[in-house]
Design a protein around this ligand. Structure first.
Ligand code: NGQ
Ligand code: ZN
Length: 415
């Protein structure tokens, strides 16, 4: 369990300079359905009915529309201060399940979008094999997500050979629901030793119950007992934990990727943040379904969720740092390299020191003011891998990306 070093904003002539922020969890195509699943279809609407809407949206993408949507999304991320994105990518094939030529066409679209916009990309091709814990085959709408072990390892090797300064390639297991035990071991055995591993886990209560019934353990407990979970691993959501699981993740060195705006939007439940911080656990944030593309909103709601249930204030603080903003920002920085595979220490976000929200700010309160005091975007400049990608709050492709996105959305939303 590690001490998280405090982060201080540095006052420069351009503004308040901070390290860049890693976005640990993204499904780029879901940007296209943000705001389109907020209509009640059934009084019992839930994560599971949202998922049906999401599958319909996933069914409409091809490489060109994915490239356009991801380009707009990555422009929005950079303007918000995210400088690295982990793309949890599972829409691999054509809608009928037939591979594209090349088989990496959809992944290539994401790589293109990252290169065009300048964001660092940790591409996580997803292994997705079954429709549930019982091993049932993929449903019709899931067919374009599927691989066998050999097909998956071929895709992984093809993508992994292309890594460079701003591209890393890791492995994602969609979830315990979607990956049989033997396949999990076969894929883990076939990966390079330093591969990053991400997995959705324990997001919904029915998933915990089914795992208990079928595998005889809660999802996180089962994973800790059956996989070599360590600092290379990122557990996405890990919402429903008992005390032993909280301690077990923290001890393993894995990072938990928390996605508070998506978790709220989907009605997942609330992560036991205070207990996890007390255990010394590593964590970061992700924008996941992109119902919001804002590290400010993720961190604010991470703290606010805790305040709402505990009826207390200022929960996420470290002994050394009474500032909630500084503690949250430091937590995000501390997990970034292990989860993304990048050493991105020189990436930077420069906040507009002339903004009224930051009037009279000091290095001790600037993070709290940025994260809690308003909604006007304050990132004035963003620097990634030696390139200045945002100036005056705008990405150079701000207008072009929006035009390409509007065009792609007409195709995606057409019947
Ligand atoms: C996903 N998203 O794969 O996009 C999932 C939903 C599932 C989130 N969990 C589908 N937020 O978990 O089966
Ligand atoms: Zn996800």
């Amino acid at each position: 369990m590690h001490d998280v070093p405090a982060i201080h904003a540095e006052r420069t002539s351009a503004g308040w300079r901070l390290p860049g922020i890693a976005n640990l969890h993204s499904h780029a195509f879901q940007r296209a359905m943000a705001g389109l699943a907020e209509v009640q279809t059934d009084p019992a609407d839930s994560f599971w009915t949202w998922r049906e809407t999401m599958y319909r949206m996933a069914g409409r993408f091809d490489p060109d529309t994915l490239r356009a949507v991801a380009t707009q999304l990555y422009v929005e991320m950079l303007e918000a201060g995210y400088t690295t994105v982990c793309e949890f990518h599972y829409v691999h094939h054509a809608p009928d399940g037939a591979p594209y030529a090349p088989a990496s066409a959809m992944a290539d679209a994401l790589i293109d979008a990252a290169r065009i916009t300048g964001i660092r990309l940790t591409l996580l091709p997803v292994l997705y094999m079954t429709g549930g814990f019982d091993g049932r085959p993929l449903g019709e709408r899931q067919r374009r997500f599927g691989h066998d072990v050999d097909g998956y390892l071929r895709l992984f090797a093809d993508l992994h050979a292309r890594r460079d300064d701003t591209l890393r390639v890791g492995c994602a297991l969609h979830s315990l629901r979607a990956v049989p035990v033997d396949a999990m071991h076969a894929v883990l055995d076939g990966l390079p030793d330093d591969a990053r591993l991400h997995i959705h886990i324990a997001e919904q209560v029915p998933e915990v119950d089914e795992c208990l019934a079928v595998r005889g353990g809660r999802p996180v407990a089962w994973l800790l007992d059956n996989a070599p979970v360590d600092a290379r691993w990122t557990l996405v959501h890990a919402t429903h934990l008992d005390a032993a699981e909280v301690a077990g993740i923290a001890r393993s060195g894995a990072t938990v990727a928390l996605c508070p705006t998506t978790e709220a939007n989907l009605g997942d439940g609330l992560f036991p943040l205070r207990e996890y911080l007390d255990a010394g656990g590593a964590w970061g944030i992700g924008s996941d379904s992109h119902i919001s593309v804002s590290p400010v909103e993720e961190l604010r709601w991470l703290e606010y969720g805790q305040r709402l249930v505990t009826q207390r204030r200022n929960i996420a603080v470290a002994a050394a740092t009474p500032s909630v903003g500084a503690t949250l920002f430091a937590g995000v920085q501390a997990s970034a390299a292990a989860s993304t595979g990048f050493d991105a220490a020189d990436d930077a976000v420069v906040l507009d020191a002339d903004a009224p929200l930051l009037a009279g700010a000091t290095k001790d309160d600037v993070l709290d003011r940025w994260l809690f005091a308003g909604n006007r975007p304050l990132a004035r400049e963003v620097h990634v891998a030696g390139r200045t990608v945002v100036t005056g709050g705008r990405h150079a492709l701000h207008a072009d990306a929006a035009r390409g996105y509007a065009h792609a959305m007409r195709a995606v939303l057409a019947d």
